[in-house]
Design a protein around this ligand. Structure first.
Ligand code: R5P
Length: 291
């Protein structure tokens, strides 16, 4: 078995290789001036290769993964596994208007055609309950960072209120609360546009309380910023944010910080200065379980 990484996700992939006690090599990547990619793998591959790459900002990365997987097979790999801690295109799961591409199904099918196994962490599945409904593979494995986030929070606080900003976050916030014995609540959110959300806090006393907002991702940061602002108005002593996937598009982080968050913690599903919660233990256990 060999663990391979693209240069944009080298350190987490190397941590995974260390945990698995497996050899590690970097895939060479060159982007030509016209935007095309050149992907170069080690010329000799073992039967099983595992590529570890997150699919944030995914469009180029998907093409490069396709070049990688087809080349790996041409070079003799019998089993090609994708470990993608952040999996893209899972949110668009229906055509909201006639003619719209259902990206979840199309990208899922593409990955199933390229790989024998796909492992990911907390994909944003809304209307389906199992990852293999999106990626039709026997080994489409969905892991959760909730345990790692819970461990991190329990080392930081003796007590705090955990708050999910919308009903979709309840699955993570309730799980973490049960794991570490903290109180939790869930707000209501209405999304009015890409960068416009209305949030209503639940009927709960936040005055003088430490509050940790838990969410699966921060994209534009508007959900977090709005919720932080409301908690400040409600008199919270300090507001923190713990998120799984720090996408942080454009001015997202600045917006969240300007809202008054005390600290932001995220996992290394996407590498970012806030990525202090490492997932290599979770990922290596999952890889072992499919060997
Ligand atoms: C939505 O359902 C997700 O759980 C996140 O709350 C959302 O994607 C965050 O997006 P943004 O940072 O753009 O508000």
């Amino acid at each position: 078995m060999l663990i391979l990484a693209f240069p944009d996700y080298c350190a987490p992939a190397e941590r995974l290789a260390c945990r698995l006690n497996a050899p590690f090599e970097l895939i060479e990547l060159h982007r030509f001036p016209d935007g095309e990619s050149l992907v170069r793998l080690p010329a000799v591959l073992p039967d099983h290769v595992i590529v570890c790459r997150s699919l944030d900002r995914p469009n180029d990365k998907l093409v490069e993964l396709m070049l990688f997987a087809r080349t790996a097979r041409e070079l003799g790999a019998k089993r090609v596994t994708l470990v993608t801690p952040y999996l893209c295109y899972m949110r668009q799961d229906i055509a909201n208007r006639p003619g719209e591409a259902v990206s979840q199904r199309i990208v899922g099918r593409l990955l199933a055609d390229l790989f024998d196994d796909v492992l990911t962490v907390d994909p944003h599945l809304h209307r389906i309950s199992h990852l293999n409904q999106a990626i039709p593979l026997a080994n489409a494995v969905c892991l959760s960072a909730a345990g790692a986030i819970g461990d991190y929070l329990s080392n930081r606080f003796e007590d705090a209120i955990l708050l999910g900003p919308d009903s979709e976050s309840e699955q993570w916030v309730s799980g973490i609360a049960a794991q570490i014995g903290f109180d939790y609540a869930v707000a209501d959110k209405i999304r009015r546009g890409d960068r416009e959300v209305d949030v209503t806090l639940p009927d709960k006393e936040f005055k003088d309380k430490l509050v940790v907002i838990i969410d699966d991702m921060a994209s534009t940061g508007r959900t977090l910023a709005r919720t932080i602002g409301l908690l400040q108005n409600a008199g919270a002593r300090a507001v923190y944010a713990a998120i799984t996937h720090p996408l942080f598009c454009g001015d997202a982080e600045a917006h969240i910080r300007a809202a008054g968050v005390k600290e932001i913690w995220s996992t290394d599903s996407i590498e970012h200065p806030t990525s202090c919660i490492k997932l290599d233990a979770l990922l290596s256990e999952a890889v072992r379980s499919i060997l």
